[in-house]
Design a protein around this ligand. Structure first.
Ligand SMILES: [Mg+2]
Length: 133
């Protein structure tokens, strides 16, 4: 994933922080829960694309399913960027570990960032989120 993608995600997190009316802890929780909401929309779109409910008929397309999958990915990235001080590195490191399990001997990716992977804790968490309250 390129740095422009994460830059956009970080700008979205900043925007969410700026407009949040919740405490940083609640905002974090809501962003993680949003992933499940979007996953439910994927299931709904699949039902619609596969005529799962005869009363509704084919109410969705596979393009709708793709869009909902993108929402799941994006909300996951936003949640990760809220929790991690370096979400790009966190993701790249995780992807490398997963790829090593299934693709031994292949290099899946190189971490795109050089800063530490220190996880955010309540004391170090998201200066952006902290500043928004
Ligand atoms: Mg959606």
């Amino acid at each position: 994933m390129d740095s422009a993608t994460w830059a956009t995600v970080n700008r979205l997190v900043d925007w969410l922080d700026t407009h949040s009316t919740h405490t940083p802890e609640t905002a974090r929780l809501l962003r993680v829960l949003k992933i499940q909401e979007e996953a439910g929309e994927v299931a709904e779109a699949i039902h619609g694309a596969m005529n799962g409910n005869p009363r509704k008929g084919q109410s969705k397309t596979w393009s709708d399913v793709e869009a909902e999958l993108c929402d799941v990915i994006l909300t996951g990235m936003v949640a990760l960027a809220t929790l991690s001080s370096d979400p790009a590195r966190t993701f790249d490191t995780h992807l490398s570990h997963v790829a090593e399990r299934s693709l031994p001997g292949e290099t899946a990716c190189t971490p795109s960032s050089t800063s530490s992977t220190t996880p955010n804790t309540p004391s170090t968490m998201s200066a952006r989120t902290q500043a928004s309250t």
